[in-house]
Design a protein around this ligand. Structure first.
Ligand SMILES: [Zn+2]
Length: 406
């Protein structure tokens, strides 16, 4: 019970920012003296600090304001994509101490070289952290199929990797035991659910345009990973039986119509351009009013919507969030995408579903990678190095007591 209450207080400060004792009492349904005890324990753990008597809401005694101490739990967050790699140090409250993104020019680096480069980027960031900091672990997102329990990467087709203990490799480069490796789309879903536009939702589908198309699923407030961690390979579901051969061998997979190659093809650009180069070229053509580009994006948006309509029928989500390279292109895709969804989705499911563009920007995946570890720390602040039981974390919903007070 005490662990649950510690988690509830720390999580609210982590997600919502500084809060007074009375706000925390209202939001958690706990009384003020319990809140005071819990804050005291979090202060002694180095995770929270408190300014005494700094605010006053009208009459009555001024209330102390508690806030997270970012250095109290710092995560090395990394995002390994085909053409770039980003590394950051992110602390409690989502505070980003340091951040770098580098190109991976030919996309041909081995897992060993990539782990070594990740280590080389992270080490100076760790050295620069404030005195007294605690490194809680590393969270790594990769565009591949991974087993979370031990950081084993089964296959990452677009990186050319297969059957590699990537998590342990990174752990030994960083000298950090706790390395959590996860699929990029699953990490994107977690980022939106914890800190993005999907806060407060229970059933979320995150759809990201990458080289292929990946989805991350949050089902009833928890990541849905499947029996072996392979759930979400929606890019390889059939959308066009009369379509093209996919690199997986099948005909007409969703990603043959909405992946990066399809984007290049639909606007008449070479498919071997780097993703950022491709997307910025498409953007500049669209902004200059190029009709052929509008036509291509209209077609891609329609295929995107048809696939999303299928997902809405299967999962009945309360929100679908659109990220990856679809995010900058969203204004040009939206109308045809909504038309496609409307053609497929059953009214009953579509009526209760909200479709949004990711609001977290280029660093969404880093934010989610940090949350992989920080969620565990927050779930059990005194003992997060031992396996934690599931604790219900703040997802933006207030307790009945809070709702009644506001
Ligand atoms: Zn396929």
């Amino acid at each position: 019970m005490r662990r649950h209450n510690l988690a509830a207080v720390l999580d609210r400060l982590h997600i919502r920012g500084p809060l007074s004792r009375s706000q925390l009492a209202r939001q958690t349904g706990l009384n003020r003296s319990t809140i005071g005890d819990l804050i005291g324990e979090l202060v002694s753990l180095g995770m929270v600090e408190e300014d005494r008597g700094t605010t006053s809401n009208g009459p009555g005694r001024p209330s102390s304001v508690a806030r997270t101490t970012p250095a109290g739990a710092v995560v090395v967050a990394a995002d390994i994509e085909v053409d770039t790699m980003a590394v950051a140090t992110i602390g409690l409250g989502g505070y980003m101490f340091d951040h770098v993104r580098i190109p991976r020019p030919d996309g041909q680096q081995s897992p060993e070289e990539t782990a070594a480069e990740l280590g080389a980027l992270a080490r100076p960031m760790l050295t620069a952290l404030p005195a007294g900091h605690t490194v809680a672990g590393a969270g790594v997102a990769v565009a591949g199929v991974v087993r979370r329990s031990d950081g084993f990467l089964h296959v990452a087709p677009n990186l050319g990797w297969r059957d590699t203990p990537l998590g342990p490799m990174i752990a030994s480069e960083l000298g950090i035991d706790r390395v959590m490796l996860a699929n990029e789309a699953d990490v994107g879903a977690l980022a939106e659910f914890r800190r993005g536009v999907a806060r407060g939702r229970r059933n979320l589908i995150y759809v990201a345009g990458e080289v292929g198309v990946g989805i991350g699923i949050i089902y009833d407030g928890k990541p849905m990973l499947g029996t072996s961690g392979y759930a979400g390979e929606a890019g390889h579901t059939l959308i066009n039986p009369a379509g093209r051969q996919c690199r997986c061998g099948a005909i007409g997979c969703w990603e043959t119509e909405v992946g990066e190659e399809a984007l290049a093809r639909s606007v008449g650009l070479p498919s071997d351009a780097s993703r950022s180069g491709l997307v910025s070229e498409v953007m500049s053509r669209a902004h200059s009013g190029d009709q052929a580009t509008f036509g291509g994006l209209d077609q891609l948006g329609h295929w995107l919507g048809l696939g999303i309509g299928n997902l809405i029928n299967v999962f009945n989500p309360d929100q679908v969030v659109i990220g990856g390279f679809y995010r900058p292109l969203y204004p040009f895709l939206e109308a045809s995408m909504l038309r496609g969804v409307g053609e497929v989705a059953l009214d009953a499911a579509w009526d209760t579903c909200d479709l949004r563009r990711s609001g977290l920007g280029d660093d969404a995946i880093l934010v989610g990678a940090a949350e992989l570890v920080l969620s565990e720390v927050i779930g059990d602040p005194t003992g997060y190095n031992t396996p934690a039981l599931a604790v219900s974390l703040d997802t933006g919903r207030d307790t009945p007591a809070d709702a009644a007070a506001s």
